[in-house]
Design a protein around this ligand. Structure first.
Ligand SMILES: Cc1cc2nc3c(=O)[nH]c(=O)nc-3n(C[C@H](O)[C@H](O)[C@H](O)COP(=O)(O)OP(=O)(O)OC[C@H]3O[C@@H](n4cnc5c(N)ncnc54)[C@H](O)[C@@H]3O)c2cc1C
Length: 400
């Protein structure tokens, strides 16, 4: 693929030089980076862009354990300007601890960022209350990270999509890919419910559906889908820091003042049951509301006005898969294991480089390759306890 042509070739026909399956943040960002460097790119999306996890998440952009962390942190503050549209990105994060063990966990997490040159400060109860008026003395402390942040998922999806189109990229919505065409060890096109689209290279960024599509090429991508929920409250006066989390919850205060929070439990899904818009589940919703009240006791009076469910894609080790395959050799597989929103500026850039030059020159993607799962037991989901079942109150989601 490194010798891939930028323009459409006779092989790509009605398609594009690069076809991207999936109009979530991963596929859109990759397509935008490709279009910026002059590549003819087409995104095929079975619904509307951002309709799945990419438009339904907590908006967190703080992933110190990822090899893409530095790039995530470098790019976010520039994204509005680079895209030309607002993402509502706000820097920094306050991580509240409701008990001593949680404080230790916060400090351990921060140490990983410090090792990479980032800084944080410890907040005592009094300073925390000044910065976050919704907490009370039940919080034992917090850290304020001078890295990380959060953005508005819907705005961000929109921004990627518009910016991509501004640079000549194309998006075709309501187009479901149901097969991938191989010839002599290369993908030459995809079959959809709207006909065939040829391509010289393929990016497979279909979230939890990546596993099913990869299997069409004989490639095993271990992903366990799970359903998680979020709640949104009435608006409250804006706090200085919108990115406050704790007590196992992730989320943010929106620029309009609403508290938008999620935090499990995971409800594991069977691979064939990936309907994101299923109604929310009232015990899960109640658990989220209770935990939000524990985090922000001073917000006990506000009402929950909205809730939704989304599907997260989980790999066995919780890390994304970002890999250019050896066979077929013109394919990049990208599925983000519940951390794809925040990483999307960086993952998109990495994917674009994997497509056009065969390697990523700003991060070591070695630990994100599919090869790490070569010895995975076929029953890994069962062994992990990640089988489709009724919700369990003791398993807390890690999305975010
Ligand atoms: C409630 C919730 C909270 C979360 N919180 C955070 C957070 O705070 N921070 C963070 O970084 N991450 C968070 N995540 C995870 C994050 O949202 C995902 O990792 C990320 O959105 C994945 O993006 P994606 O583009 O790879 O996949 P998706 O958003 O799943 O997009 C894949 C797209 O592919 C399309 N598609 C699938 N199959 C086909 C097909 N056959 N043909 C055509 N199109 C197809 C789908 O319709 C979909 O639009 C959260 C997720 C949820 C659900």
């Amino acid at each position: 693929m490194s010798e891939m042509s930028r323009a459409r070739t006779p092989e790509s026909g009605t398609g594009a030089a690069v076809v991207v399956i999936g109009g979530g943040v991963t596929g859109l960002s990759a397509a935008w980076w490709l279009a910026q460097s002059g590549v003819d790119v087409l995104v095929l999306e079975k619904g509307i862009v951002g309709w799945e996890a990419s438009g339904r998440n907590g908006g967190g952009a703080t992933h110190p354990v990822s090899p893409l962390f530095r790039e995530e942190q470098r790019l976010w503050p520039m994204m509005d300007e680079m895209l030309g549209y607002p993402t509502e990105f706000r820097p920094q994060r306050i991580r509240v601890a409701l008990h001593d063990e949680e404080m230790e966990e916060r400090l351990r997490g921060a140490a990983i960022a410090v090792d990479q040159g980032f800084s944080f400060e410890k907040l005592d109860r009094k300073t925390l209350r000044e910065l976050v008026p919704l907490v009370d003395d039940s919080a034992v402390g917090a850290i304020l990270s001078h890295y990380g942040g959060h953005a508005n998922p819907q705005r961000t999806v929109q921004a990627y999509a518009w910016a991509l189109q501004d640079r000549g990229g194309r998006i075709q919505q309501h187009t479901t890919v149901h097969d991938i065409e191989l010839r002599s060890g290369r993908v030459v096109g995809v079959q959809t419910d709207r006909g065939r689209f040829g391509c010289d290279a393929l990016v497979l960024a279909a979230g939890p559906q990546t596993a099913w599509l990869a299997a069409r090429m004989g490639v095993d991508v271990p992903v366990a889908p799970a359903r998680v929920e979020m709640i949104v409250t009435e608006p409250l006066p804006l706090m200085k820091h919108g990115g406050v989390d704790g007590g196992g919850l992730y989320g943010r205060q929106t620029l309009r003042g609403n508290l938008a929070y999620g935090g499990g439990p995971h409800e594991w899904l069977a691979a064939q049951d990936l309907r994101p818009a299923r109604p929310v589940n009232s015990p899960v919703l109640r658990s989220l509301a209770r935990r939000l009240y524990e985090l922000f006791p001073k917000a006990a009076h506000v009402r929950v006005i909205r809730s939704w469910a989304g599907i997260v894609e989980n790999t066995p080790d919780g890390r994304p898969i970002l890999d250019r395959l050896k066979d077929p050799e013109n394919v990049v597989v990208a599925t983000m294991s519940s951390v794809g929103f925040g990483l999307s500026p960086a993952s998109g850039r990495a994917i674009a480089q994997l497509v056009s030059q065969g390697h990523c020159d700003f991060a070591d993607l070695g630990q994100l390759g599919l090869a790490r799962f070569a010895d995975l037991a076929p029953d890994w989901r069962t062994r992990s306890g990640w089988v489709a079942a009724a919700p369990r109150s003791d398993s807390v989601a890690s999305a975010g």
